[in-house]
Design a protein around this ligand. Structure first.
Ligand SMILES: *Cc1c(COP(=O)(O)O)cnc(C)c1O
Length: 386
């Protein structure tokens, strides 16, 4: 990779320059008064971004650790759950629950589609002992957004709780936890929070807390009862990831001090601009209801998507993601989270057009690339901010 490369994957994402500067500062011990203040402020400032009055926890782990925290704190071996599986991350959560001895009823959704609330309603009727419904908000492997607000309306009429993997949703799309009645929400540092990989965030509603008190899964590292106790004393249960938390403090006070509204607006603008451009390049958007967090583009039949992705990186300096599993070689996924400039969008569209043309001269002529850039510029110029 050359140093001018543009990172537009849906996580990890480019960090703002200020974050890189903070990460390069000398480290301090996590029990210094200055860090204790920083941690307290950060725990408080995470709440409006989640849209909750409940405590939000910071776990030193990748996002998957947050998914595991949700399971071990709320579920017991032998419990029944319903898990939406519409891509790689849904599969991961279902597998994880099974690893903890949870009986998992999977709702298999065709990749690229969103689950329908009626499917959840039916599954809850068929399985009245269901303890929890698990779903992604955005299934990052397909770019699909699930209707979690409508799902919550169905789940809240039952004894079950709704657990949402919001790792590419919190900070990227509107999803207020308390207003929408979401019981567990998981987020991660390396997506809309624009930080390195290394922290997961979780929060639990009062309905979920009742399960936290009684769940019998083995739990130690991710025990949120212990974490809450530590947080009350201005500490984390284990050593705090000082560098990432100091950078998170900056993000929350400088970029998300409006509850995240302007970051979400920027994500939406980048998505809109990219999609307007991609359509001019002759590419279709893969998911039926796309999340603003990323754009998954369906490649023309016969085009080798793995070659395209590799070329984008090696010849054009643009790092995007391909498809996974059954969609391997068939998609290009472009992320809209992180410190992405207007120029990055134009560079990405130009590179995508050129790489398509190099692989198949019938695709993306210079005229079409010109139209793609013009379409994207219209969206970026009427925009929020760069
Ligand atoms: C990125 C992501 C995760 C977490 O992945 P990690 O590699 O463990 O950080 C989980 N769920 C979704 C939907 C994601 O996009």
């Amino acid at each position: 990779m050359n140093k001018t490369s543009v990172l537009v994957t849906p996580g990890p994402v480019p960090a703002p320059a200020e974050v890189l500067e903070i990460l390069s500062r000398p480290l301090e011990h996590h029990r210094t008064p200055a860090f204790v203040e920083c941690l307290k402020r950060t725990l408080t400032n995470l709440k409006p971004v989640f849209g909750t009055s409940q405590p939000v926890f910071i776990h030193a782990s990748t996002g998957s650790g947050g998914m595991e925290a949700a399971i071990v704190n709320c579920l017991s071996p032998g419990d029944e759950i319903i898990c939406v599986v519409s891509g790689k991350f849904g599969e991961r959560w279902a597998d994880m629950a099974e690893a903890y001895g949870v009986r998992t009823h999977r709702i298999d959704v065709e990749w690229g589609r969103s689950v329908e609330p009626e499917q959840i309603e039916r599954a809850l009727k068929d399985n009245p002992r269901t303890r929890a419904v698990l779903t992604q908000a955005c299934e990052t492997s397909t770019g699909a957004l699930h209707p979690v607000r409508e799902i919550a309306r169905v789940v809240e009429r039952t004894e079950a709780i709704l657990m949402v993997d919001g790792i590419t949703a919190v900070g990227a799309v509107e999803m207020p936890m308390d207003d929408w009645g979401l019981d567990v929400v998981v987020a991660g540092s390396q997506k809309a929070f624009m930080l390195p990989t290394g922290c997961a965030f979780t929060s639990f509603s009062s309905k979920a807390w009742r399960l936290v008190e009684t769940a019998r899964s083995p739990r130690y590292y991710f025990d949120v009862r212990k974490e809450l106790e530590a947080n009350r004393g201005g500490d984390t249960y284990f050593s705090s990831p000082v560098g990432i938390i100091r950078a998170l403090d900056w993000i929350l006070t400088h970029k998300m001090n409006d509850g995240g509204a302007s970051v979400r607006a920027r994500v939406a603008q980048l998505a809109h601009a990219t999609r307007a451009g991609a359509r001019e390049l002759g590419l279709a958007i893969f998911p039926e209801f796309p999340s603003a967090s990323l754009t998954a583009l369906l490649l023309p039949d016969g085009l080798d998507g793995q070659k395209l992705r590799a070329r984008l990186e090696s010849e054009h300096g643009v790092v995007a993601m391909g498809g996974q599993d059954r969609m391997k070689g068939r998609l290009i996924r472009i992320g809209h989270m992180g410190a992405i400039s207007n120029d990055d969008v134009l560079t990405t569209l130009t590179a995508l057009g050129r790489a398509l043309h190099e692989l198949d001269p019938a695709l993306a002529s210079d005229t079409e690339i010109g139209r793609a850039l013009a379409a994207a510029r219209v969206v970026l110029d009427t925009g929020v901010r760069s």
